[in-house]
Design a protein around this ligand. Structure first.
Ligand code: AMP
Length: 425
């Protein structure tokens, strides 16, 4: 029997990779222009890092982590379900955020959650994470929201994505609110879905996220968390909204937005899209000023967000499809009757004198011209570079445009190839 990939874990195949690379390149370019630095953390951490930071009663920690012990049964490890905890751990360990040092960091990589796979939800998926440390005011959040707006604009999908914001205040706000919410919901206990009934005891805030219609109906008149905000949190939230308007960043307020991780305070936000089906969040984040204390006994103001790259791709492809664009620099070398070694040698010479082109070559011996042209077409080459017996004798090369019948085939001296290709592109 064949062995397939683990359920919920996907291969990203060559025919899809160009779209990943395109999006990754755009994202990295924007991050660079906003002066964020890359950090790479291990994908495996001690389990208690996640338990302590994300929260024991959250769905992620209580049922979604891939956790295992070492061979001696002495330590418990987990594949990272998200990047913030590991990033803060690394910053504490390497003294990057002590003494109020400002840091603006990003990472991109695989995350793992044992969830039921469906469109847009996998057990291994990829996130871009962005974190800003030691900026207390709303500027940290605002810069990150501008950064994401910029990414969406460059990808031309800004109109397909909605930003939702909320404030969940401080620890006391959430405690008072939890109590009020439970008091409000208790009389409806038997009408709630079983999941929400269970959450009433352990994690009542997550009931707000319920996708069950009846539960959402009951929640219509529930108290709102913003009614419980203290003066400082309220001021922060008002400032955020005012600045977003000034910066021309469209948003809607969603008082039911609480996010699934325990470490947030004050600002929370999420980007959603109608192009995604039921898993409609592309990404989200917020402020998490308490995490430095939990992980490193350090008072660090912080704000961050994570984007699910699979979902960003889904939104992009829903609008533009996944077609590979014709790559003008893609050339194919076609030779007559030469041995493989001579072909490889000619290809190496072309790659040397034309550093900007991508050069393919037929690896099968003794294929006729016609068959080689077919191969050039199949790989999507824009240009065929032909070296037959005449060209070899005259030290020349023939350039034929495979996708543009208006451009004439031309034979030129071999060492003028680069100049010629640049001129006609
Ligand atoms: P979270 O860390 O839960 O706030 O998730 C941030 C983003 O990661 C989400 O908005 C999704 O785009 C993405 N994401 C989270 N879980 C999954 C998953 N199981 N499969 C694919 N993407 C996910």
């Amino acid at each position: 029997m064949n062995i397939d990939a683990v359920k919920g874990m996907n291969d990203i195949l060559p025919k899809q990779i160009h779209i990943w690379q395109k999006i990754e390149t755009i994202v990295k370019d924007v991050l660079m222009r906003f002066c964020f630095d890359e950090i790479r953390m291990p994908i495996l951490e001690y389990t208690n890092l996640f338990a302590r930071s994300i929260g024991e009663v959250t769905d992620i920690v209580s049922k979604e982590m891939f956790t295992f012990e070492d061979r001696l049964g002495k330590a418990s490890y987990s594949l990272r379900p998200e990047g913030t905890a590991g990033c803060v751990r690394a910053c504490v360990q390497h003294s990057l955020i002590a003494n109020n040092q400002q840091q603006k960091l990003w990472y991109m990589g695989s995350m793992f959650r044992y969830e039921r796979p469906q469109k847009g939800r996998y057990r291994q998926f990829h996130q871009l994470g962005v974190e800003t440390f030691n900026v207390a005011g709303v500027n940290a959040e605002l810069e990150q929201l501008l950064l994401m707006q910029n990414i969406l604009q460059i990808l031309n999908i800004e109109e397909n994505v909605t930003l939702k914001i909320n404030s969940i205040g401080n620890f006391a706000t959430r405690n008072n609110y939890k109590q009020a919410l439970v008091e409000y919901l208790m009389p409806y206990h038997d009408e709630l879905d079983p999941d929400s009934q269970n959450r009433l005891k352990h994690n009542p805030l997550r009931i707000l996220d319920s996708k069950i219609e009846k539960t959402q109906e009951i929640l219509l008149n529930a108290p709102k968390i913003t009614e419980f905000l203290g003066a400082e949190s309220l001021a922060h939230y008002m400032q955020l909204k005012q600045s977003l308007t000034q910066l021309n960043i469209k948003f809607i307020e969603d008082h039911k937005l609480v996010r699934g991780l325990d470490y947030y305070n004050d600002t929370v936000f999420e980007w959603v899209s109608n192009d995604l089906g039921s898993q409609n969040a592309i990404g989200g984040g917020g402020r998490y000023d308490g995490l430095g204390t939990i992980i490193g006994n350090m008072d660090v103001k912080a704000s961050g967000f994570a984007i699910g790259l699979e979902r960003l791709l889904l939104v992009y492809m829903a609008k533009f499809g996944g077609e590979k664009l014709l790559d003008q620099n893609h050339a194919y070398l076609i030779c007559s009757g030469e041995s493989d070694t001579i072909k490889l040698l000619l290809a190496a010479k072309i790659r040397n004198i034309c550093p900007n082109i991508k050069l393919d070559i037929c690896m099968q011996d003794a294929l006729g011209f016609k068959a080689q042209f077919k191969k050039a077409d199949k790989v999507g080459a824009a240009v065929a570079l032909i070296i037959g017996a005449d060209e070899l004798a005259n030290n020349s090369i023939t350039v034929k445009f495979l996708r543009d019948s208006e451009k004439q085939q031309i034979t030129i001296p071999f060492n003028e190839l680069n100049k010629h290709l640049q001129e006609i592109q």
